[in-house]
Write a protein that binds this ligand. Sequence first.
Ligand SMILES: [Zn+2]
Length: 104
Amino acid sequence: MLTGTSPDAIKPSVDVCHEADPYCEVFQNGQPVVAPVCLHRDPEGAFRVLSPCGVCLERLAADGACVLVAIPQPAALDEVQWITLRAALPHFWMLAFPEELEGW
Ligand SMILES: [Zn+2]
């Protein structure tokens, strides 16, 4: 299990996602991403599960459609629901090139 965070940047457009840190580490170690989860804690200590952004979904695609993605439960935003990347990206643009997709 790897953890990551993202330092605040003065200009928000140059921020990186919190997931980028562990994605890079698994890449350096030659490991696959299996099941990333991103949590936000507010100042009162309550947690929320954050779905991966579109850029992170694209990053995860390299590890295949079976990667599990954490999204919040609709009725409880602090509880994780696991879905496959295939479910999170039903119209992935690379599906137009099936011969180039491994694990999809
Ligand atoms: Zn992201």
